[in-house]
Design a protein around this ligand. Structure first.
Ligand SMILES: *Cc1c(COP(=O)(O)O)cnc(C)c1O
Length: 434
C-alpha cells in the first residue's frame, strides 16, 4: 500500500474503551512501594491523598480497566489523536525509512497530560473530593489539571517550580484563566516550602520539592487530594490510550513498527505509548522501544536502580525505580518537563529487563532537529518531545546503512508554542548562514 503524506485519523467511535495494565505482563513482578522503614506500603496509607479507584489502579494486577463513560466523553473532545507520516521530515533527512508521529499536542492543554488529568479529576469527583493539589514543572501538567478541574467542577491549586514560572510566565496565565490557583514553589504555605527557602532563599525549585508541597497540603486537608501527572502506575495506565490508538493506526497503514520512541521525564507518555506493545515484544516481535532523555538529567541511563523517594522531603513512598537521587539538582534546561530525578517504576522495570532501551540527547542536537521538523511538518514541538524526535532522526539516519529501511514512530507529546523563549535562545546562538 503506497502511503504518502498520510494522516491516519480514527473515527470517534474507535476511541479506546479500556486501559491496559501491564503489571501482570511484566517479566519480573514490580517490587512493592516501601515506607521509610522499608515496610511495604499498605493501600490505606495512600487513602489520605488518593481516591479508592486510583489506589486500585495503582496496585492491581487486573489486565484491563473499563474507561468510565464520563471520561470517554471528556477524551472524545480531542481523541482519537492523529498519527501522521512525516513525509517532509523524511525528505529533509533524505531517508528511505517511514517516520510517523503520534500527535498528542492537539489536546486542550497542548500535551498528552490531559489524558490522565481528565481521568484523575473524574475519580476524585465521584469520591466526593472538592479540591486537588498538584505540582507542575514546565506547566503542562498544571494546565491539564486546571482544565480537567474546570471540566469536572473541582478547585485546583498548583505549586509551580520557581524556575519554570520565571521562564514561562504565560503558563500561569493559562492556568489562572482555566480557574486554577498557582503558587511559586517553594512557597511559604507548606513546611517543605518554608524549609527549602530557609536553606536557600535563591533556590530554583525542583519538581521533587513541588511534589512535597502538594502532597503535604493534600495529606493535611480532608477535602483535598493530590494529583500526580507522571511516574505512577495509574498515570501510565491512563496514557495507554496513546499506544492502543497507534496500534490501530499502524494496522490501517498496513505497516509494523520497528522503532517506537518517546521522551522520558517521569515516564507517562513513553509508558502510554510503549506498554500496549510489550505483549507483542514478549511474544517475539522485534520492536525497539527507546526512551529518549536529556543528557543533563539521565535517570534511566545513568541512575541507580533501587528504592528512592519521589520527592525531596521524602513524603512519598520509596518507589522501585532508576534514580539520580532525590537530592539531584538538574540544571535549568529548557525541557522543564524532563527535569525529574526519578523514573516510572514500570518503565524502570522494563529497562531493567532489557525490553526498553534509554538514549540521551543533548540540547544542541534536539533544537537542530526541532528546527527541521518545524520547517517540514509545520508543527513546533515541545522541547521535551524534540528529544524523541532527535532520537528518531538519529535512528532513521543509521538505518540508511542497512539494506532495508524501517518504520519509526515517535510521540509528539506536546507543542512548543509556550516554549518560544527556548527557541529564541537557540536561534540567537545559531545565526543562520544563508
Ligand atoms: C510532562 C511532559 C513530558 C514528560 O513527562 P512524561 O511523564 O515523561 O511523559 C514530556 N512532554 C511533554 C509535552 C510534557 O508536557
Amino acid at each position: 500500500m503506497p502511503i504518502n503524506n498520510l494522516t491516519i485519523k480514527l473515527p470517534k467511535n474507535e476511541i479506546p474503551r479500556v486501559w491496559y495494565n501491564v503489571l501482570p505482563d511484566l517479566p519480573e513482578p514490580l517490587p512493592p512501594y516501601l515506607t521509610p522503614g522499608n515496610v511495604p506500603v499498605e493501600p490505606q496509607a495512600l487513602a489520605a491523598i488518593f481516591p479508592p479507584a486510583l489506589i486500585e489502579q495503582e496496585l492491581s494486577t487486573k489486565r484491563h480497566f473499563d474507561i468510565p463513560e464520563p471520561v470517554v466523553e471528556a477524551l472524545s473532545r480531542w481523541r482519537p489523536t492523529p498519527l501522521t507520516r512525516a513525509v517532509g521530515l523524511e525528505k529533509a533527512l533524505g531517508v528511505r525509512s517511514m517516520i510517523f508521529y503520534k500527535n498528542e499536542s492537539v489536546s486542550p492543554s497542548g500535551s498528552h497530560k490531559s489524558n490522565t488529568a481528565m481521568a484523575q479529576a473524574h475519580f476524585n469527583k465521584i469520591a466526593g473530593i472538592r479540591r486537588l493539589a498538584t505540582e507542575t514543572g514546565a506547566g503542562q501538567w498544571g494546565t491539564a489539571l486546571a482544565i480537567a478541574g474546570q471540566y469536572f467542577n473541582l478547585d485546583v491549586r498548583v505549586f509551580m517550580v520557581r524556575v519554570s514560572l520565571q521562564q514561562k510566565p504565560y503558563r500561569k496565565t493559562i492556568m489562572n484563566l482555566m480557574g486554577a490557583e498557582v503558587l511559586s514553589s517553594p512557597s511559604t504555605v507548606t513546611n517543605a516550602g518554608r524549609e527549602a527557602i530557609k536553606n536557600d532563599p535563591d533556590t530554583l525549585g525542583t519538581l521533587g520539592l513541588a511534589i512535597s508541597e502538594a502532597v503535604e497540603e493534600a495529606a493535611s486537608r480532608s477535602d483535598t487530594n493530590y494529583s500526580l501527572g507522571s511516574v505512577l502506575n495509574h498515570v501510565l495506565l491512563h496514557q495507554t490510550v496513546i499506544g492502543q490508538e497507534i496500534k490501530k493506526q499502524l494496522d490501517i497503514a498496513g505497516v509494523k513498527p520497528d522503532y517506537l520512541i518517546a521522551c522520558h521525564g517521569g515516564g507517562s507518555n513513553f509508558g502510554g505509548m510503549a506498554v500496549p506493545f510489550v505483549p507483542d515484544v514478549l511474544s517475539g516481535q522485534k520492536i525497539n522501544l527507546i526512551a529518549a532523555e536529556p543528557e543533563s538529567c539521565p535517570s534511566l541511563s545513568k541512575g541507580k536502580y533501587g528504592h528512592d523517594h519521589g520527592d525531596v522531603a521524602g513524603l512519598t513512598p520509596l518507589l522501585p525505580m532508576y534514580s539520580l537521587g532525590k537530592d539531584f539538582q538538574p540544571p535549568a534546561i529548557h525541557a522543564g518537563g524532563l527535569r525529574y530525578h526519578g523514573a516510572s517504576p514500570i518503565v524502570s522495570s522494563l529497562v531493567k529487563s532489557g525490553i526498553v532501551v534509554p538514549e540521551t540527547v543533548g540540547a544542541y542536537e534536539l533544537f537542530q532537529y526541532a528546527k527541521i521538523f518545524s520547517r517540514t511538518e509545520f508543527v513546533i514541538p515541545a522541547p521535551e518531545s524534540a528529544h524523541a524526535l532527535a532520537v528518531t532522526c538519529r535512528k532513521a539516519l543509521e538505518l540508511e546503512k542497512e539494506a532495508n529501511p524501517g518504520v519509526l514512530v515517535f510521540v509528539l507529546s506536546g507543542h512548543g508554542l509556550l516554549d518560544l523563549s527556548a527557541y529564541e535562545d537557540y536561534l540567537s546562538e545559531q545565526p543562520e548562514k544563508e
